[in-house]
Design a protein around this ligand. Structure first.
Ligand SMILES: [Zn+2]
Length: 266
């Protein structure tokens, strides 16, 4: 009996195992802020800063497409002057819609089976409604946090896979979710194994830009300073252990240095 079960288990594992063969970096918005020090308390007060905001389309050979973060809303593509978030003195713009970029790659929103989000801030979940049939993958702690808001950012009846901590998503080591709370209560990052490129960490907003990473600076508006620091340490250990590249989502200079869709990483 046990042997049969074990064989079945091995068969199902084999059937599902695959790898990530493509990762597209998609421009999902940009922002200009008047005062960097909101993100780096006491440093560069009054100095402006530009942010990138990327989505990442991941193709898995067995499971199909997974989209990591969905950027700022596509509606901004129709507003040349963008939209300003007054408390942060930050203006958001979108050069093209996510739907248009996906179309250029030959992917329709319906082709995307999974949407995983780092956290529920608007510049990361802007176009969730485009992928209404995809399974939404996020931390349970972030779901609870989002659903406690007066204006719920996610439809309550969405198909979800709620995680409690780290998770090897498809049991094959290709995509590993890392619990990195602090920016928000259930913030998560994603370790991607690419056959040619190697390991890449998509760190969401665990850190916003390079100098904050180098100096372990934490934005004043983060949910927990202690958790933010611990999550940065966790990522640093992982980056060292896995010889991984850390792709800091909002770091404009490093984002500009990466190839964007329709090009991709393998
Ligand atoms: Zn955020």
């Amino acid at each position: 009996m046990w042997r049969v079960l074990l064989m079945l288990l091995m068969l199902t594992t084999t059937a599902r195992a695959g790898e990530v063969d493509r990762l597209y970096v998609i421009d999902c918005g940009s922002a200009h802020a008047e005062d960097q020090s909101l993100w780096s308390p006491g440093v560069n007060a009054g100095v402006p800063i530009d942010f990138s905001d990327n989505c990442y389309l991941i193709r898995h050979t067995a499971e199909g497409y997974l989209l990591w973060d969905t950027g700022i809303t596509d509606r901004l593509a129709a507003l040349p002057d963008g939209q300003t978030v007054a408390p942060l003195r930050q203006t958001w713009r979108r050069a093209r819609t996510l739907a248009a970029v996906l179309g250029e790659i030959g992917v329709s929103p319906a082709d995307i089976r999974y949407v995983a989000i780092s956290h529920t801030h608007p510049d990361h979940i802007g176009n969730l409604e485009l992928f209404a049939n995809a399974t939404l993958i996020m931390q349970k702690a972030e779901w609870d946090f989002a659903m406690a808001q007066p204006q719920k950012p996610i439809a309550a009846d969405r198909k979800t896979r709620l995680l409690d901590g780290d998770s090897d998503l498809f049991d094959d080591g290709s995509l590993t979710v890392l619990s990195t709370p602090g920016h928000t209560p259930g913030h998560q990052s994603l370790l991607v194994h690419l056959p040619r490129t190697g390991n890449v960490v998509l760190s969401g907003d665990a850190v916003h830009f390079q100098s904050n990473w180098d100096n372990r600076r934490i934005p004043s508006f983060n949910f927990s300073k202690e958790q933010s620091a611990a999550s940065m340490d966790k990522l640093a250990r992982l980056v060292a252990d896995k010889h991984a590249q850390l792709w800091i989502n909002h770091d404009r200079p490093s984002s500009d240095s990466r190839r964007h869709a329709p090009q991709f990483y393998e």
